[in-house]
Write a protein that binds this ligand. Structure first.
Ligand SMILES: Cc1cc2nc3c(=O)[nH]c(=O)nc-3n(C[C@H](O)[C@H](O)[C@H](O)COP(=O)(O)OP(=O)(O)OC[C@H]3O[C@@H](n4cnc5c(N)ncnc54)[C@H](O)[C@@H]3O)c2cc1C
Length: 602
């Protein structure tokens, strides 16, 4: 209560300055941009939490124009590590979304003729340590019509945690974690075994803390990802095919909305907001400070092993596509048997041994895991598939191998297997994805499924590698989530077995600016990938966090028939649209110009 009173006093003193043009969010060349002393007043009212936005690579440029306190060698060594950007207040993992305006010399987009500028990074960052501070900052920005971006780790693949001329709220230091095995669920006569975790935690931290009390949570497979963006988009991982997505586990959230209110959303109050933040898109409705989420028993073991399809030199290309298609069509049944996992298909060119024509072939490596089981069960589930896939192999041109599985006694050991190296960032491709179920995989012919795979794995630049990432993250978990736990997450997840992602576009930054390079890659991706998905799976959708943000049908594809309800919730809690994110709910009315940094109504 005390924090709310303090907060309203602050609101009254700050509201005096309501400005902003009807067309564009406030920016430094507009007459109402806050003065230095106005920014200082925000700093004072947040106990000195305001930082200037700094590009860490500034030290690699003459005179260190933006005042980085890291030396250039350190920046270069760490530039492609996600964790590095997570620890910097303003930096993000995929810098082309910040206009690549001050990148390290080893970045793809580095140009020694270009100066270091802040570009698409925020000018000011609130280093948040409590909800009241966040509420003060949010209301301050709202009353001045200044864009707000939220950064947890900066991992976002679509640049949604940065923005020029925005006030960024960095949640990294909101790291409290508690557990309550008997949490009383409001409006229900029941108790739940929960984790109560603030948004600045990573899944790695939360998994470890949960494991210490003999429980676990539905997380992603990479420990460096943060809670906020992951849950806001849905969040899939090793346990999602069993229990549903991470967003399906949220029982309550504490949320700061754009007017500076600190709201608790659960089954008894602010139910619309709870519904929206359960997978209805991150960074759009308010800043979630804390989640109350279901925990689950730790699996007693994990059985893990590999199935791979490898083509030999001059391999028969067709056999590899037949093997892949056979695998894809088997995955729904295997998921129903309890298997989960993920894999990668790598497409390359070779000469056909039959005709000598140059064509494309695919090599596949799948990691399958099974919980609370035995190596014998794992092998008996996968051996028939191995034989079916190998049946297409002519003259040993394609090899299908099933490894001896290992038994991991601790669930956390799985994450070491999944992440043998530190997680990287900055790779330069725009991906495109789709959620696929039995309708797309089993109810149509083998040859039709094969043909879609071939069409979806072309590369923009001939000869470059395209990849297919196959995730077994759907099935009975998402399908069986109780109605009262479901939120804004696209309904496409409920029928899906697989989340399939394809790469192949090239973001060619040389000789052009990032905005044009991204646009060219997006145009190619829309023409060569989205159109194929739309033909193959018109009634399904895409997982918003790992999808092409320039998809022109994003309302349908990312939100399904939840879009209009989400839009009305967005308009209720963020009527001024200060929380803009690309392909977010309501974003169709706005244009963010990466080059001049302005965010204006269309
Ligand atoms: C290495 C790596 C591995 C990944 N693995 C998986 C995986 O296994 N499963 C999976 O589902 N996804 C995975 N992803 C994708 C991941 O879900 C997204 O990148 C997600 O946006 C990351 O969320 P974040 O909070 O860490 O990132 P950030 O970049 O900090 O934030 C992402 C978005 O969330 C918003 N946001 C962050 N915190 C809050 C908050 N508290 N309240 C409201 N909005 C907030 C931001 O505004 C931004 O729009 C992975 C990504 C990477 C880079």
């Amino acid at each position: 209560m005390r924090s709310l009173i303090t907060h309203f006093v602050l609101l009254a003193s700050l509201a005096a300055n309501a400005h902003g043009s009807a067309l564009c969010k406030n920016h430094p060349s507009s007459p109402h941009w806050p003065t230095e002393s106005d920014w200082q007043s925000l700093n004072q009212s947040t106990q000195g939490a305001l930082l200037a936005g700094v590009a860490p690579a500034s030290s690699c440029y003459d005179g260190n124009p933006l005042g980085s306190d890291l030396d250039c060698d350190t920046v270069q060594e760490n530039w492609f590590l996600s964790q590095f950007h997570a620890e910097q207040p303003a930096s993000i993992g995929y810098s082309y979304w910040a206009n690549s305006s001050c990148v390290a010399p080893n970045d793809y987009a580095y140009d020694d003729q270009k100066p270091c500028q802040l570009g698409g990074l925020p000018q000011y960052v609130l280093n948040a340590t409590d909800a009241t501070q966040v509420a003060t900052a949010m209301a301050w920005a709202n009353s001045r019509d200044i864009r707000v971006v939220i950064k947890g780790t900066g991992h976002d693949l679509n640049g949604r945690s940065s923005g020029a001329y925005a006030l960024s709220i960095w949640t990294h230091h909101l790291q409290r974690i508690e557990f309550d095995p008997h949490w009383i669920r409001p409006a229900f006569n029941s108790t739940e075994n929960v984790a109560i975790a603030q948004t600045g935690n990573t899944w790695g931290r939360l998994l470890k803390a949960a494991s210490d009390v003999n429980r676990t949570v539905v997380s992603g497979q990479d420990g460096t990802v943060g809670l906020g963006g992951f849950i806001g988009g849905g969040g899939h991982g090793p346990l999602s095919s069993l229990y549903g997505l991470s967003a399906d586990q949220i029982l309550q959230a504490t949320i700061v909305t754009t007017d500076g209110s600190i709201l608790v959303a659960n089954d008894e109050q602010n139910q619309d907001l709870l519904w929206a933040i359960r997978g209805g898109g991150p960074g759009s409705y308010g800043l979630v400070i804390e989640y109350v989420m279901r925990t689950f028993p730790l699996p007693s073991n994990v059985v893990v092993g590999n199935l791979s399809l490898s083509t030999q030199e001059n391999g028969t290309q067709e056999a590899s596509w037949d093997g892949l298609t056979t695998l894809m069509r088997a995955l729904p049944d295997l998921t129903d048997s309890g298997l989960t996992g993920f894999g990668i298909g790598t497409v390359s060119q070779s000469k056909s041994s039959n005709t000598s024509a140059v064509g494309r072939q695919v090599d596949v490596s799948m990691l399958f895991y099974l919980f609370n089981s035995t190596t014998a069960e794992w092998t008996s589930l996968l051996s028939p598939l191995q034989q079916q896939m190998a049946a297409f192999s002519n003259n040993q041109s394609v090899q299908v191998t099933l490894s001896e599985p290992d038994i991991l006694p601790q669930y956390l050991d799985l994450f070491d297997v999944l992440n043998p190296t530190a997680s990287s960032c900055g790779d330069i491709s725009l991906s495109s994805s789709r959620l696929l179920g039995r309708r797309e995989l089993n109810d149509i012919s083998h040859d039709t499924v094969k043909d879609y795979h071939k069409r979806l794995t072309t590369a923009q630049i001939e000869g470059k590698t395209a990849r297919l990432v196959i995730g077994l993250q759907g099935g009975k978990g998402p399908r069986n989530v109780e109605d009262n736990m479901r939120g804004g997450l696209t309904p496409a997840w409920r029928d899906a077995y697989l989340h399939v992602l394809v790469t192949g576009s090239s973001i060619e930054t040389e000789g052009t600016n990032p905005r044009s390079a991204l646009q060219a890659a997006a145009d190619w991706t829309n023409a060569h990938k989205e159109t194929v998905w739309a033909e193959w799976a018109p009634d399904s959708g895409s997982y918003i966090n790992e999808a092409n943000p320039s998809n022109p049908n994003f309302q349908h594809d990312f939100y399904g028939d939840h879009y209009s309800r989400l839009l009305s919730i967005k308009e209720k809690y963020d009527p001024q649209s200060i929380l803009y994110v690309q392909a977010g709910v309501g974003s169709q009315d706005w244009d963010y110009n990466l080059q001049d940094g302005k965010l204006c109504r269309k």
